[in-house]
Design a protein around this ligand. Sequence first.
Ligand code: NDP
Length: 296
Amino acid sequence: MTAQIIDGKAFSAKVREQVAAHVARLKEEHGITPGLAVVLVGEDPASQVYVRSKGKQTVEAGMNSYEHKFDATISEEELLAIVDKLNKDPDVHGILVQLPLPDHLDSDLVINSIDPAKDVDGFHISNVGLLGTGQKSMVPCTPLGCLMMLREHHGSLSGMDAVVLGRSNIVGKPMAQLLLGDSCTVTIAHSRTKDLPEVVRRADIVVAAVGRPEMVPGDWIKEGATVIDVGINRIEREGKNKLVGDVDFDSCAARAGAITPVPGGVGPMTIACLLANTVTACCRANGLPEPEGLTA
Ligand code: NDP
């Protein structure tokens, strides 16, 4: 079997178009412009790239982007005061604090100081609890993007066997909750899982989020399964820098029914879902109907 490629770049462009159309309606019919505030602390080069890209795409979708950049030496008290100010600002519908934060800052404390209704990353403990109990919440962007691609490809996921590789709070656990919410039978695997190849071979859906370059070989994949590769790993091969996922693309594509590439799969969906979450937060804040198909 040669797998169908699930094109995250094309699909994310479609999601961004839907977001932009909804933003245009909010402006025209209600005079509201959704606003996203991104807080960046320090000089981490990867974080700077992400924040620039988020700001650019926010503006392209017709929304207001507010960037707040601070020196790595900012105190926790000062940062909490900034978040508090953004929480109270009616023009700000979404707040994102770019992680990782410098070591002297308590990430959990900072994230949990964000108003849950504005927590467009979905990392606030209230949103984690709401997702876990199947209630309306803000859903973390990367798993939301994976879910959207799976729904687009399969329609209903009901009854499918899904294996999520990785149990992090930002990808693995919320991904498993979302798949459970769509009535999959879900297994969460991690570094202590016994006989991982056999566990993965049972899966109709494999979501790989381990952060290990090309760890999953093709012979772990059930014939015809759908493989969603969340991994973003920079490696050097033949003297060149290369971006690879957590699955070995060629051997997995030879067995899978469908697979996401790296780059061009899950990555572009993550920012598209951040924009979607911001519009959703704005609609909820104003008591307006939420955009269809852009939430879990
Ligand atoms: P974490 O490092 O937080 O978690 C990795 C998970 O993988 C852990 O649960 C760990 O298990 C498990 N794991 C590690 N090694 C193995 C192994 N040999 N066998 C089985 N399980 C293993 O990573 P993240 O969840 O933050 O990210 C995962 C990947 O996704 C990374 O490559 C990251 O760059 C990428 N990513 C991509 C995003 C995107 O936008 N596309 C967004 C976020 C992340 P244990 O808990 O037992 O240690």
